[in-house]
Design a protein around this ligand. Sequence first.
Ligand SMILES: [Fe+2]
Ligand SMILES: [Fe+2]
Length: 267
Amino acid sequence: MKVRMPKMDFTQVPIFWAPNREFAQSYNAFSTVPAHIEPYLVKVMIAAKKALDPKHTALHKEMETFIKQEVQHCKMHLAYNEHLVKSGYEVMLPLEATYKADYERFLKEKSLRFNIAYSEGFEAMGCTAAEVFFEELDEFLEGADPRAADLWRWHLAEEFEHRETCWRLYKTLYGSGPFAWAYRIYGLVCAMKHIGGHTRKVAAAMIAQDRQGMTPEELQASEARLAAYRGKVKKATLKRLLQVLSPFYNPARRQPSPGMAELLARY
Ligand SMILES: [Fe+2]
Ligand SMILES: [Fe+2]
């Protein structure tokens, strides 16, 4: 696990960077998540480091690398999102403001335990998303602009790489008993509902903008493309997320997808 600082320029990336425009636009909408969740994760980690006994030196070190990786992810997605807004998608902005305010509220009002459980929920979703991207989406990524595709490949491969950090932190602070397990699942469900709700709204707003002026035939084709992509991702995600529900879940047992190591070696 190490910090990488890729140089990426998104200014010339087409909005519809993959042949399935609704697939591309859905990932464009997902890009608003790291812009806000990752600064939150960094703050949660900083607070958690204060609560974590200094004797856990390896975990402290791992958390430092985790923080640095998330900061790099956030920077790249902010640049990408700026490109989206400049390309005419101001419709994202009010939705992002609400989402950002939620994290400020979580930090102010929720317990450290909640924030770590939520963070671990997100991390479990993140490494699942990484497996799905690397293993299941070839049909959507064929012919895609590599600048946008590689933003996701790099980010998700690092999400997979640091998949154990939050889980280990949660276990170290709160143990592995039945209550700790139930609360970890509660954190996962909260993260899925919150992040899923946000991304659905952003994607719906962006895709609705794209559909303005479409003929009935074009609209039908757009709906079919969106349904094809969503159906594939839903099935692939649910299958992988089930393991996270187990009291014996251990992200260390998840094996890197083919292509992840080669991708990371490039940066
Ligand atoms: Fe990240
Ligand atoms: Fe992460």
